[in-house]
Write a protein that binds this ligand. Structure first.
Ligand SMILES: [Zn+2]
Length: 316
């Protein structure tokens, strides 16, 4: 119990001490040259606006830590129904059904370790590389024409009254929004514990699914694999701090976010000396540079879906 309380305290500190300046600066100065995900920035704003959110997230964290201790083996499968909400002004933003299905296919591969690059995981990390064993099923596509040129990261796309589309039954459905975000942001997710009215993930239309060469190096649908990771309670692998903690024990400590496709072994500057797991979906590398989750990340994710978990509505 003591360990759980300590972890909860550490969790609060994580969210009160972080500094997102680097990420935001990169986003503003360099449109898509470097990956930028706004999940942590959006969370920081939500924590400021709603004092009860930190409490809820700490309760989820305590439950997650307890569940990881007692329910190491989770039996049964989780199938996540997905509703995709497309907001478009241009023809390019009105992505096709096939494009949307290609994203669902990528998620299904990446979350069952059937992606073709999974086998390229370096031997050093192969022992912790996980099959998350969660699958996704496209149930509906909603489309809405709009005059907005970009939607930002303040959840307007999730609100019908603001010209967007309200989420469909978020207790039992993963809602995804495809729209132009702007500011160099590829996507963002809401962590478990946030209000249901804005639950889900947003992926910029340019990076939704297997996309054209114009979207390279984010053309393999991995932005959604990363964002759905956040939606399932995963932190960035560098813990959003220098040599920070991602609350997962089998991922190495990372100095900061990594970009491009680092060549293995990529030696960390965090001590003691070790290699960073730059190929983890929760880093910031190019789509072709990320292809695995770990068992520890799986334990965090699956803890959401057991009885009492923050996403128990999806059931196991
Ligand atoms: Zn992220």
């Amino acid at each position: 119990m003591k360990k759980i309380l300590l972890t909860a305290t550490a969790f609060l500190m994580l969210f009160s001490c972080q500094n997102d300046q680097t990420e935001s600066t990169a986003a503003l100065t360099n449109a898509t040259a470097r990956r930028s995900c706004a999940s942590q920035d959006v969370l920081a704003e939500q924590l400021k606006a709603d004092p009860t959110l930190a409490l809820r997230m700490n309760q989820i964290e305590a439950f997650t830590q307890k569940s990881m201790l007692t329910n190491r083996l989770v039996n049964g499968k989780v199938v996540i129904p997905v509703v995709v909400n497309v907001l478009y002004r241009t023809a390019a933003e009105n992505i096709s059904d096939a494009q949307i299905q290609s994203q669902i296919d990528v998620l299904n591969k990446d979350y069952t370790a059937t992606n073709s690059d999974f086998s390229t995981t370096p031997a050093e990390f192969a022992g912790v590389a996980a099959n998350i064993d969660i699958t996704f099923e496209l149930v509906k596509i909603n489309r809405k024409s709009t005059t907005k040129t970009s939607w930002g990261t303040r959840d307007a796309m999730k609100k019908t009254k603001q010209g967007g589309l309200d989420p469909t039954t978020p207790t039992t459905t993963l809602n995804m929004w495809a729209c132009t975000i702007g500011g160099g942001i590829l996507g963002y997710a809401q962590f478990p514990g946030g209000t249901l009215a804005t639950d889900g993930v947003v992926i910029d239309s340019n990076y939704f699914g297997l996309s054209s060469a114009a979207s390279y190096p984010y053309n393999l649908g991995r932005t959604a694999s990363h964002e759905v990771g956040h939606w399932m309670n995963l932190r960035h692998i560098w813990g959003d701090a220098s040599c920070g903690d991602d609350l997962v024990s089998d991922t190495p400590v990372h100095k900061t976010s990594n970009f491009g496709v680092p060549v293995y072994p990529y030696v960390s500057t965090c001590l003691p000396a070790h290699n960073e797991m730059t190929m983890n979906y929760m880093d910031y590398t190019d789509d072709r540079g990320m292809y695995m989750f770990t068992n520890g990340q799986k334990a965090r994710m699956t803890a959401l879906f057991v009885s009492g978990g923050a996403r128990a509505g999806f059931g196991i």
